[in-house]
Design a binder for this molecule. Structure first.
Ligand SMILES: CC(C)(COP(=O)(O)OP(=O)(O)OC[C@H]1O[C@@H](n2cnc3c(N)ncnc32)[C@H](O)[C@@H]1OP(=O)(O)O)[C@@H](O)C(=O)NCCC(=O)NCCS
Length: 194
């Protein structure tokens, strides 16, 4: 059973087609440039890059699960011995490590997609949730492709099958609510229309 109750990192290793990969929650391994490249990628239209100081705030206040290619160095003269880690994927887990868990910014670098890394990362996230005995609610916002049935999209099926996430249903005693940062702009537009 994995646990993120303390700040000690949790990790998983796997070899795919003779390439070694690591999934780790260690903030020491996170690459600011990878995160900003991911946030600038067109496949994450909801995100945008931040300054190094802002990324530092993010790193200090959420769990960044990273997917890394591990390169073993055989070079005796290399100044840095031991494995080198190259970040190729991420998910941000916004959590108090005890009761609440919000998953966002799930991303695998385009060159690494289709190898099972996304499914593996989702399985690791499920293991983390399973290791939280006091978890009350895990949430995420799925982003269907345009034209997809939102309730039966690739992303909804992915999160349902791998993590047991379900769309909120009306009339079940719980109302999911949210707002965007610029909610007042929508309100002003509504008032103008009235
Ligand atoms: C979604 C993503 C993380 C999948 O990573 P991956 O390493 O290519 O995934 P895998 O090789 O494990 O397999 C592809 C799986 O992704 C699923 N998937 C999840 N969300 C998807 C999406 N938005 N579009 C297409 N496929 C998606 C597919 O259904 C497939 O699962 P299946 O084989 O069980 O049907 C990757 O495509 C990505 O980074 N996309 C851009 C960012 C994004 O859309 N994030 C998710 C937002 S909800």
């Amino acid at each position: 059973m994995v646990s993120i109750a303390s700040s000690s990192p949790v990790e998983w290793r796997r070899s795919i087609s003779s390439t070694n990969y690591l999934i780790s929650s260690s903030s020491d391994l996170v690459s600011t440039s990878f995160i900003n490249d991911a946030f600038a990628d067109k496949s994450m239209p909801w995100a945008y890059p931040f300054t190094e100081a802002e990324i530092e705030v993010m790193k200090n206040n959420c769990v960044i699960l990273g997917v890394y290619l591990t390169h073993e160095s055989n070079d005796e003269t290399a100044s840095q011995r031991g494995p080198r880690f190259e970040q190729v994927g991420m998910a941000r887990l916004i959590t108090d490590r005890l009761t609440m868990f919000y998953i966002t910014d799930v991303f695998i670098a385009p060159s690494e997609r289709g190898k099972g890394l996304g499914r593996w990362m989702a399985d690791c996230i499920r293991e983390i949730m399973d290791g939280m005995p006091h978890l009350k609610r895990a949430m995420l916002m799925a982003t269907p492709e345009s034209g997809e049935d939102p309730y039966n999209s690739h992303s909804v099926r992915f999160y349902r099958d791998r993590m047991g996430m379900e769309p909120f249903e009306q009339g079940r005693g719980v109302v999911a609510m949210g707002r965007s940062a610029k909610w007042w702009e929508a309100r002003e537009n509504d008032e103008e229309r009235q």
